[in-house]
Design a protein around this ligand. Structure first.
Ligand code: DHE
Length: 532
């Protein structure tokens, strides 16, 4: 727990350093004083966060106002957020809620000095044993699961053979997206929605370092050589490059368009290990960026290079400069084919997706996509058609329609739209399984049902049901594909272990709203059945 205390002190200092730079826009008399008295110690004078999360509209997008009122009045279970209902009137609670949903002016900044001063290094990983320690109790280090439990903001480490919890530790608030592993599976890196990046040593079960790379962060990627972490931010508009050793800041890449007149939020950044590069999609300008971490990379063409903070001697000038693919539409989400030559991207509002050939830096085809595909959750497999011809297909859930779209990766045409019980987020399989599992968690009536799709017949062949009203979602397989672990997404929830052949439940491991789980081997081997 010591690391947590260290963090609080440092980040509180970081936020106090910029006190009064940003006044709240809600100028109801007295509300600033109320905020200062009751909230600032944990959430920062400037609402940029401290031991509590940042309280900005950009950060609170997923917390509806009635829920915010409830949290202020009643507190939040299993966190340090106390109830203020007995200290504040209903009107004062309302004023505070209005304040935290108001814009701050001038616009918030989180630059190099703030990033640097937020960094906390708890351990020198180079001095810790480079082999699985006693805490892992002899478990196969490549068949561990990392489980993100947002019910009380903890992370669990599970033994994937014994299907038992080995360790549990507190995490940052609201981790989002898949944690990313070092290539050997020893370290795992987490990103929180409010910008914190955490490096955890799985062998020694210690948090190595933390840094706040942004105010509102989308996701993070770790380079295939294990040396770099790239963070995609919504706020500020930037990509932030960290040294994977201790998460120290290496470079900020402002996300400025080619014309140099508009900046953008970053939709997502992913590692493209075979290309030795990161690929990022921008949300507010129609460009996809490829950013090489290859020391032998060719220099970027003149005119496309902006003068970023190049740190002499740290990397070659050709590294970490964006190579742009200019597009006609935005990308909110995208998916790599297994060869990493092509990405399939889509904006949440368009009905057509885009197929982008990275080497040619151009769009080569359109994709017919019905309803808001969640391409980041797409998977591929080998499919043999009725005529006996085998080809690679990709399938993606859709966020606003109960359908799994199956696309032929040779022609980029839809082979089938598999109807499901409702819109869903995730799709998961494994090389050794004939099944893919999907959820309907965006549907009110059917969010408790996982559906099982036969990857050859492309038909729904099974269902796994939780109690009505509960949410059952997000599957990840064990390393050998024998079991599928699903999340019972409740505060007193569980990891539900399902036999991947019989589709029978074999076990439950209690967990507090386990939003996602990630198998070390499936991730580091870039299994075609899981997200990368
Ligand atoms: Fe996610 C991954 C975007 C809302 C849980 N989500 C991702 C990724 C992106 C993304 C781009 C891939 C990042 C990565 O793994 O590096 N998510 C979005 C959205 O745009 C959306 C719809 C709106 C938003 O609030 O940002 C969204 N996501 C949610 C949720 O509401 C979920 C269900 C609950 C939560 O905790 O926020 C949610 N997203 C997840 C999870 C993953 C994820 C569990 C990792 C999936 C994996 O297995 O890799």
């Amino acid at each position: 727990m010591n690391w947590h205390l260290g963090i609080s002190a440092v980040c509180l200092a970081a936020s106090l350093a910029s006190v009064s730079s940003f006044a709240g826009a809600a100028d109801v008399p007295g509300v600033q004083a109320l905020y200062k008295e009751h909230c600032a110690a944990c959430h920062g004078e400037t609402r940029f966060g401290g031991i509590g999360p940042a309280l900005l509209p950009e950060n609170l997008a997923r917390l509806r106002k009635p829920e915010a009122l409830k949290v202020i009045g009643e507190g939040r279970v299993a966190t340090q957020m106390p109830a203020f209902g007995d200290k504040l009137s209903a009107d004062q609670v309302q004023q505070l809620a209005d304040l935290i949903y108001s814009e701050v002016t001038p616009a918030p900044q989180w630059d190099a000095s703030e990033i640097r001063s937020s960094q906390v290094v708890n351990a020198d990983a180079a001095k810790l044993p480079d082999r699985p320690g006693a805490g892992l109790k002899g478990a196969d280090p490549l068949n561990l699961f990392i489980v993100v439990e947002t019910g009380d903001n903890h992370v669990s480490v599970l033994d994937g053979d014994k299907l038992e919890r080995l360790y549990r530790f507190p995490s940052r608030y609201a981790l989002h997206g898949g944690p990313k592993f070092s290539p050997d599976g020893r370290f795992v890196y987490f990103a929180s929605r409010d910008g914190w990046i955490t490096k955890f040593d799985i062998y020694n079960l210690v948090v190595v370092a933390e840094i706040r790379a942004g105010l509102n962060t989308r996701n993070a990627a770790v380079s295939g050589d294990g040396k770099w972490v790239m963070v995609a931010n919504y706020l500020p508009h930037s990509l932030v490059l960290l040294d994977a050793k201790d998460l120290s800041l290496v470079k900020i890449i402002p996300t400025l368009n080619a014309a140099g007149d508009k900046t953008s939020r970053v939709s997502a950044v992913y590692d493209a290990a075979p290309r030795k590069s990161f690929v990022a999609a921008l949300k507010d300008v129609p460009e996809a960026w490829e950013i090489s971490y290859d020391p032998d990379a060719e220099p970027v063409a003149e005119g496309l290079v902006h003068d970023y903070q190049y740190r002499e001697g740290h990397f070659t000038p050709a590294m970490f400069y964006p190579r742009r693919t200019m597009l006609k539409d935005y990308l909110d989400d995208f998916f790599f084919t297994q060869s990493y030559h092509v990405i399939l991207g889509a904006s949440r509002s368009a009905s057509k997706g885009q197929v982008i050939f990275l080497d040619g830096r151009k769009k080569i085809a359109d994709l017919d996509l019905p309803g808001m595909p969640h391409l980041g959750s797409g998977i591929t497999w080998q499919w043999t058609d009725p005529a006996g011809r085998t080809r690679t297909v990709m399938a993606s859930p859709n966020l606003n329609e109960g359908v799994i779209t199956v696309i032929d990766l040779e022609t980029y045409k839809i082979i089938k739209e598999i109807k499901t019980l409702g819109p869903g987020f995730f799709l998961r399989s494994h090389e050794n399984s004939r099944y893919a599992f999907t959820d309907s968690m965006m549907s009110k009536e059917n969010k408790n049902v996982l559906q099982v799709i036969d990857k050859q017949s492309l038909e729904v062949v099974g269902q796994i049901r939780a109690k009505p009203g509960q949410t059952l979602a997000h599957v990840e397989f064990t390393r050998d594909g024998r079991y599928a672990l699903a999340s019972l997404w409740e505060d007193d929830g569980a990891i539900v272990v399902i036999d991947a052949q019989t589709l029978k439940e074999v076990k439950r491991i209690p967990a507090r709203k386990p939003v996602g789980k990630y198998n070390v081997w499936n991730k580091i081997s870039r299994s075609e059945g899981t997200s990368h």
